[in-house]
Design a protein around this ligand. Structure first.
Ligand SMILES: *Cc1c(COP(=O)(O)O)cnc(C)c1O
Length: 397
């Protein structure tokens, strides 16, 4: 059948495709080490699970208000006050089936056909596809390992056109782990405040920060920014709850209302029996978060040190999230296991097929010089996988 032009233009998720191939190889009994994970490897904490089990037993299995229960919205408002010093009312909050949908609703609510949407590159590969789905044009600002994957204010200024309607910020970043400092964000804010561009700030990795870096929520920088910014966040990454599908957005009531209307007629409410549990995750004991963060930190340090010890690999030390994004472009043009490697996709394929180690190519994230490696996996597997990568890269000629 004829597929609509809009959906035809949406790319297949290359990360999901490669993860599927690695899984299939594992199923065949092959000993594959996967660095592809896009979610924490920890189980959801017990005290959160208990609430959901109780709710299922008690019949909390029906529709809720589209934008989330009043209790969960209250809990989210308290979280913004407690963690970010931001005042939001429940009518400025939308709860969605995952932060991914909050993001989609925000883009749909703010982007008209033909609008430019500025996306720093490398980027989470969902952003440009959602922009395209809304009829907008993704406009990229290129960064690299040299600039620690962060854009400069001059670059932002240059990228702005009369058609620019949204700037998407993701700090800490997936795939690079880069975190902007307060000063760096202020410089970007001052440029944006000279325009009427809306900001979508994807703060999903807020709690996964390292080396004493402090999180800065974008709208806290300048008072006027709160009227222009949609924050997107959720419980997936912070509490290891990716399968629960609870994400949320905060912003001006009129934009949140528009996003809610879209959600009314697309997904309806997020899952009923995960909402009270999510409120409990947000307001309850936070020691589980610190435990996960410490485990990630230990793995991060090991990964960065091991990767940089391989001649030809350049790996910036990420300050957040759970990914490293090493530049391996010095190996392009060489041969691996007899096969010529010219880019991140080919290298990832040969590593998987010949060395049984799965990494995610940087190309779909906007940087073909790099590969993305997640460290949401056991230390034992990290060691084993890096041994294989090291042996592979050292054999290239
Ligand atoms: C995982 C992720 C999300 C979405 O998470 P949900 O599971 O949909 O809540 C959003 N942004 C980034 C950058 C992510 O990595």
């Amino acid at each position: 059948m004829k597929i609509s032009k809009t959906v035809h233009n949406i790319e297949q998720s290359l990360t999901l495709a490669l993860t599927a191939k690695a899984k299939q190889m594992k199923k065949q009994g092959l000993d594959v080490v996967g660095f592809g994970a896009g979610e924490p490897d920890f189980d959801t904490p017990e005290h959160i699970k208990e609430i959901a089990i109780e709710d299922i037993k008690n019949g909390v299995t029906k529709y809720t208000p589209t934008g989330g229960t009043p209790e969960l919205k209250e809990a989210i408002c308290k979280k913004f006050k407690r963690d970010n010093g931001l005042d939001y009312q429940p009518n400025q909050i939308l709860v969605s089936p995952g932060a991914k949908f909050s993001l989609y609703a925000a883009i749909m609510a703010l982007c008209d056909h033909g609008d430019d949407v500025i996306i720093p590159s490398p980027f989470w590969l969902t952003y440009p596809e959602q922009v395209k789905a809304a009829g907008g044009n993704p406009v990229y600002i290129q960064t690299g390992v040299e600039s620690e994957f962060k854009i400069k204010p001059e670059q932002l200024e240059k990228a702005i056109t009369p058609r620019t309607s949204i700037f998407i910020l993701n700090s800490p970043s997936n795939p690079t782990g880069a975190v902007y400092t307060k000063t760096e964000l202020e410089a970007l804010a001052d440029i944006l405040l000279k325009t009427n561009i809306a900001i979508i700030s994807d703060e999903i990795y807020e709690c996964l920060l390292y080396d004493d870096v402090k999180f800065v929520s974008f709208p806290t920088l300048r008072p006027e920014l709160k009227e222009r910014t949609i924050i997107v966040n959720g419980v997936s990454k912070t509490y290891s709850m990716t399968g629960w599908r609870i994400g949320y957005a905060a912003g001006p009531a009129d934009v949140i209302g528009a996003m809610n209307r879209l959600q009314d007629h697309s997904t309806s409410n997020p899952t009923s029996f995960t909402q009270r549990a999510s409120a409990h995750a947000i307001l309850g004991d936070q020691t589980c978060v610190e435990k996960m963060r410490q485990a990630f930190d230990e793995r991060r340090k090991y990964m960065v040190q091991r990767l940089n010890s391989i001649p030809g690999v350049k790996c910036a030390a990420p300050k957040g999230a759970f990914y490293v994004f090493p530049d391996v472009s010095s190996f392009y043009g060489k041969k691996l296991a007899g096969k010529q490697v010219n880019g991140s996709v080919e290298l990832a394929n040969v590593l998987l097929e010949e060395f049984k180690v799965a990494v995610v190519p940087g190309k779909p994230f906007g940087d073909d010089r790099c590969e993305r490696l997640s460290y949401a996996m056991s230390m034992q597997d990290i060691v084993k996988g890096l041994d294989r990568i090291e042996a592979a890269l050292k054999s290239m000629a």
